[in-house]
Design a protein around this ligand. Structure first.
Ligand SMILES: Cc1ncc(COP(=O)(O)O)c(C=O)c1O
Length: 532
């Protein structure tokens, strides 16, 4: 546990409607914060326990004033030398009174304030400083030189990253493993895209990119969206370049959420949505899916069941990782009607759009229901379609005010993909799409191999994407236990369905993003492990 005293007064500049008002004199303990009096009591506990040294370290407080209005006038004074605690506490009490007045004033000013067309909801986080410390649990541990952020405690590594760490340990011990785990295409990036990036480098395209995205790339994305998805976006105001889909999802959530807002997520779904939701102050609300006629799907009842007045957004992923469903037109209409009825943002992650099988085709929710326009942000990336995972380049399209808000978020973090990468990405989107068709054909071949090789095992054949779900519910053994057995006893790596949500329990995600020997031998091990 980390305990430290912090005076942290964050004033939201000019009452412009941000969601972090003031945090005053906190003792931070496992996410709990206490007022000045609590701090005094805590010192008493420390003294009684003879932990004066620890307390002295606690006094290495941070003393910080920040103007969070627009960041322009932010200033910080940190690491002042330790000072007398009573003075500190007195100051804290006065400051808290002052802050209380300011808070009331700001509330009065903010009545009726609208942010990007959505009425602002005030979240729990605003009053977090009123929460009290649980003294019984308080242990005054030495304060690390860098004190950690409470925000971080809400973040988790993805299942894939956790399993990768496990794999590396076993491999270091000499174990041979075959991975059918990652969503990483094994194709080289098509040569004409690589050449375009080399050309751009030679042409000196190495300076800062436009934070919104280079014009050429935004134009290319707008062209692609019209060509493939039937959607018209203004590349000047409605398209944003992102560092992969990951930053698109992050920026969308940061732009949409206030503390305590709920984000509806299909269950099971790509687990990396969870941490950015929490980082943005939101809470995850699962929408339970069902397996009907051999495919995972979501009903209107499930959506309504998950909804509460705190709901702010729904994330939809079609084709859907990990389950492989491609949402049909009428299903998308149901989702759209729900979002409109309940006044929700829709974050539409369409990154597997190019990988569909048989007669199934990807449909963009916005193309099915154009009235979603003001509430829908489309997320896409070149990672999967063009086998460009390491290039870190993607794009978003949505209503101009939302894209502008997302740009403000990204301007504080990645500031867009490298200029020459965007040039190559523009070539990828606008030149011949034969490479995409060739990869799709190869995925179709691999999909057939998975289904054929895993005879005797129930496989939920995907309609899109490059993952197949193996249904092991009949075994009644937790999916993580089966995954571990497969890893340790059979040397094959898959992801347990429970990592993607409660409904995923009883399934295993098998990736065929890698083919060839890896897939063939991996499937042999998997079949052996599952049918033994
Ligand atoms: C559904 C989904 N969304 C987003 C991402 C992240 O994509 P990117 O590599 O472009 O950041 C992934 C990656 O696996 C994914 O499966």
């Amino acid at each position: 546990m980390i305990a430290h005293v912090e005076i942290d007064q964050q004033i939201d500049g000019a009452g412009r409607g941000g969601c972090v008002p003031f945090h005053l004199l906190h003792v931070i303990d496992d996410g709990h914060r206490a007022s000045g009096r609590d701090a005094r009591d805590l010192r008493g506990i420390a003294e009684r326990r003879g932990e004066q040294n620890a307390w002295n370290r606690v006094l290495r407080h941070q003393f910080r004033f920040g103007d969070r209005g627009d960041g322009d006038s932010a200033s910080a004074v940190r690491d002042l030398p330790p000072r007398d605690l009573d003075a500190l506490v007195r100051f804290g009490v006065w400051a808290e009174l002052l802050a209380g007045l300011f808070y009331l004033l700001r509330h009065a000013l903010e009545v009726g304030v609208k942010k990007i067309g959505i009425e602002e909801k005030r979240g729990r986080g605003d009053l977090i400083f009123r929460e009290h410390l649980n003294y019984d649990k308080a242990v005054l541990a030495p304060v690390p030189v860098v004190s950690g952020s409470n925000r971080i405690s809400a973040l988790r590594p993805t299942a894939v990253n956790a399993i990768l760490a496990e794999m590396r340990t076993l491999q270091a011990q000499g174990k041979s493993l075959i991975s059918l785990m990652r969503g990483e295409p094994d194709f080289p990036t098509p040569a004409h895209i690589v050449e375009a990036s080399i050309r751009a480098l030679r042409d000196g395209r190495t300076s800062y990119p436009d934070n919104r995205g280079e014009k050429g790339f935004r134009d290319a994305a707008a062209l692609k969206l019209e060509r493939d998805n039937g959607l018209k976006f203004d590349p000047a105001t409605e398209v944003l370049a992102t560092t992969g889909a990951t930053l698109g999802v992050y920026a969308a959530l940061m732009a949409m959420l206030n503390a305590g807002d709920e984000v509806l997520l299909p269950d099971p779904v790509y687990d990396a949505y969870q941490s950015p939701i929490r980082m943005a102050g939101g809470r995850v609300k699962p929408v339970r899916s069902e397996i009907r006629e051999g495919r995972f799907m979501i009903t209107e009842e499930a959506l309504e069941h998950a909804w509460s007045p705190a709901a702010k957004a729904l994330v939809l992923n079609t084709p859907w990782n990990p389950v492989g469903t491609v949402f049909r037109g009428e299903e998308l209409e149901t989702v759209a009607a729900f979002c409109e009825r309940r006044n929700l943002f829709l974050i539409s992650d369409e990154i597997y759009e190019a990988i569909t099988y048989g007669e199934v085709r990807h449909l963009s929710p916005l193309a099915v229901t154009p009235s979603l326009r003001e509430r829908c942000v489309l997320i896409n990336t070149l990672s999967k379609t063009y086998s460009m995972t390491g290039w870190r380049v993607g794009y978003c399209a949505g209503p101009a005010p939302l894209i502008q808000a997302m740009l403000l978020v990204l301007a504080q973090s990645s500031r867009g993909p490298a200029t020459f990468v965007q040039d190559a990405a523009a070539v990828a989107l606008t030149s011949s799409q034969d490479c995409v068709a060739a990869m799709r054909e190869e995925y179709a071949r691999r999909r057939a191999e998975v289904i054929g090789q895993l005879n005797g095992v129930r496989v939920i054949a995907p309609e899109g994407g490059f993952f197949a779900m193996v249904d092991v519910r009949e075994s009644r053994i937790p999916s993580d236990e089966i995954r571990r057995r497969l890893l340790h006893e059979h040397g094959v790596v898959v992801v347990h369905g429970a990592a993607y949500g409660e409904v995923g329990e009883g399934t295993l995600r098998v990736s065929f993003a890698s083919g060839g020997e890896t897939l063939t031998r991996g499937l042999e091990r998997l079949r052996e492990g599952l049918t033994r």
